[in-house]
Design a protein around this ligand. Sequence first.
Ligand SMILES: [Zn+2]
Length: 559
Amino acid sequence: MGQAITSEVNNPQKNHLQFFGGVGVIGGNKICLTASNGKGILLDFGWGFDTSRKYLNNFMDLRGSEVLFDGMTLQELPPPTGYLAGIYREDLYANKDANLLARFPFETGKPKTITEVLICHCHSDHIGNIEKLHPDIVLLCSETNKLVLEHLDETTKSDSFFAGILKYKSFFCQDPDTDEWSCEKGGKEDIIRRKLRAITPNTPVTCAEDGFEIKFMETDHSMPGAGGFLIRDKQSGIKVVYTGDIRRHGPNRDQADRFIQAAKDFAPDVLITEGTRIGRDEEKDEFPSEPAVEAELTRVFKQVALEKSPKLICFECSNKDIWRLRSFYHATISVGRTLVVGAKEYDLLKRCIDAKLLSDIDYSKLRVYLPKKKSGLYAPTDYIQNNDIKNVFKKANSEIPVKTYKTGPKKGLPKPPAVYETIDPTKKFGIKAEEIRENPRQYVIELPYYAMMEFCDILPPPGSYYITSKSAPFDDEQEIDEKKRLNWLTQFQFSKQNRKEIHCSGHISRPDLEQMIKTIHPKKIFPIHTTQSEEFLKMGLDELGIEVILPEHNKSYSI
Ligand SMILES: [Zn+2]
């Protein structure tokens, strides 16, 4: 297990800062900050990519019944001791043998110190472990992050990181009278909805039982709603700034700059900052900004339009990067084509457009790709297990009554009714492979590696275009996927010169990072979300009176 927690723990007079993830790695941020009143908050509670990379693969994940204990053994999850006492769901502890409970001691009951988890944005490396938290810990996030959480809740599979965040199904049943956990596994009647407090950006609110005053400000990152926090202890006056993931070259650069200015004016004692790109050589193939990405896409698409024979344009980008999808949309419209996206992407775009976060996309011009599932006949029942497709088409066809068939109770607990959704791909915006196959000149389609089997139906004309619009592979597993992607593209005759990489990062460049730190000028800085935190020691920050502290996993710091 991780190193012992220092003796300073549980001294409520001081502010303590403790890092349980994001230390020496990119992502998996899990930070505990305590207030002078003895209460505390979590800053994100994300899943560590490093744990996946080191131990897991598609065929091996933490076991559902043992998820806490597997997670703690692999040091993905911190033990629920000290300030973290009681942070996990009690149903995940229920019915465990004494040996296991002795190895990972916990006290029955509610969180002792932690009152809220503050969410900076909704990537899995920031929220992917929230599903395991005790429901008394309130999710505190902006309205936009709430919108993204609702999108994730409705469109992801039940076993994904995101499925248990807004609500979850208790693993075991609990007797309402005695609070005893039975051996029966939970059912739909045991669905627990978490408390969520949506806050308005730029408006101070209090949390940690009035221990902290906090302000959330939106910044710039490859995700809608991303932002950072300014936090002030109401008794001690200690001030902490947490950047979350940030950049200064995206479409929301002005927001990032306002955050940096506000952080400077705040005169913080502590800055917790990301450093994803600090040690990387400037990525030569990357474009400097999102507008530059859009300009290059438009240039390439116009070039394709000049070709005599019909060519399909396919691409891959991060499916939550609405700004990148917008760049593809604009480039697509500029050549009179139609953008085809997956159901998840459509759902997120539509929500963001409805919430006026995006004003320059007409979603009636988007089409949603309908892959073959189960029978391969595009039958509505084929999509019952695909929450993304089911929800998108259900909303669009809401005038068609939804038929409900009760499956009836089986042995043991009564089963919830199975819902038969009416999915009609011919309605409004669904598109099948054959339509694209018959008129490839008309479409630009999002087709990531994991969906490339669709090429077997779409049959793109030889010499079609494939645009990779995401970060280059950074580990062995991604390298292997990259090789497979190339095999697919070769198989379907996407020529080498027609494979393009057009991307800019979601993270701040080293020069911008240095400038940001020097502008904010905190007393202390804790670099996280980086594999090369020692690079922060080479910035000459000590000469400016800024102490660089490279945090250690699990260690508690008095601030
Ligand atoms: Zn991150």
